[in-house]
Design a protein. Structure first.
Length: 333
């Protein structure tokens, strides 16, 4: 395939992971992927962007010949970079102090004019009045809208669970689903916005989600849901607990409890011998047991899928994710 330029907007904590993976793909990806000719990485200050570009370029694993640092701190600068490099693929991981996550939507709509886009979640800030859904309407009207992808790592895990003959059957037949999700950062104040989409994306896409009750404590929240399986017409209960803590993440299908454990770039699903709430209190030290499933690097899978123009989380699921956030904040339409 012909070569392309790729762009990572905002190479902070998350953006560096995107940039690193992209910088290595030429050497270890199948021939069905385009060759990356130039990797452009941006920060809000040019000196920092250039320093990050040099760091990536000098890495022993980098297989892209040209890595460029550019300054993007506003829409004018973004448009200038897009016009100069015409990226066939753009990762959007920036976060604006004033716009917050809504900058993802504005930047995505511009970048789609040139090629595929993978956008860090959420697509835009949800305020509870439904106003963020206008960004979805704008996205649907974009050229190349079918090339848009939302970067939800747990959507990859959900896909692999459903493909597994044992775990998939347990998930689809369970009467009760529970999820427990902790953040490490004690500075987080909007826990629903920061964490809510992770466990939500583990819920099968064939389930309709009804929000019954939201108990938001700022640094913690309990979400009570009802799930309706469109295929079997069965209803089941679901609870999502979000917290600040030591980073424990787990799920429970009826009596089966599973913890999530990072193993290098992979995620292991570990069967636990205690209820989810007790396992959460014990924290990540309790993650010892039978490995039920191992999922290869979800971020890389999202990037490769988007590069192949087959995003794992496409336009429809992105719309559902934004509507879910709006409803968690009180939107009722």
């Amino acid at each position: 395939m012909s070569g392309i330029n790729v762009l990572v907007i905002g190479v902070g904590y998350f953006g560096r992971h995107h940039a690193r993976i992209l910088s290595e793909l030429n050497a270890r990806s199948p021939a069905t992927l385009p060759v990356i000719e130039k990797l452009i990485v941006t920060r809000t200050r040019l000196d920092r962007a250039k320093a990050t570009a040099a760091e990536i370029r000098n890495s022993i694993s980098c297989s892209v010949k040209t890595v460029i640092g550019a300054e993007v701190g506003n829409m004018r600068q973004l448009i200038s970079v897009l016009e100069q490099y015409h990226p066939g693929f753009t990762s959007i991981t920036a976060r604006d102090k004033e716009q917050g996550d809504s900058i993802h939507a504005d930047y995505s709509i511009q970048a789609l004019k040139y090629g595929a886009v993978l956008c860090e979640k959420p697509f835009s800030h949800a305020s509870g009045d439904g106003s963020s859904l206008r960004y979805i309407d704008a996205l649907q009207g974009c050229r190349n809208a079918e090339l848009f992808g939302l970067e939800l790592p747990l959507a990859v895990v959900a896909r692999d669970i459903l493909k597994d003959p044992h775990l998939g059957k347990i998930m689809m037949q369970a009467d009760r689903l529970e999820f427990y999700w902790e953040a490490w950062d004690r500075g987080k104040k909007k826990i629903i916005d920061d964490l809510g989409l992770h466990p939500w994306s583990l819920i099968p896409a064939s389930f309709m989600v009804k929000i019954c009750q939201v108990e938001d404590r700022g640094t913690g929240a309990d979400l009570f849901l009802e799930l309706y399986d469109r295929q079997t017409q069965r209803k089941r209960s679901c609870k999502i607990t979000l917290n600040i803590g030591a980073g424990f993440r787990g799920l429970q299908f009826d009596d089966m409890v599973i913890g999530f454990k990072k193993a290098a770039s992979r995620i292991q699903l570990i069967k636990l011998d205690q209820p989810l709430d007790k396992a959460a209190k014990r924290g990540i030290k309790s993650l010892n047991g039978q490995v039920m499933l191992t999922v290869d690097n979800p971020l890389e899978q999202n990037i490769v899928a988007a590069l192949c123009h087959r995003p794992i989380v496409g336009l429809r699921r992105t719309q559902e994710s934004q509507l879910f956030l709006e409803r968690l904040h009180g939107y009722r339409a």
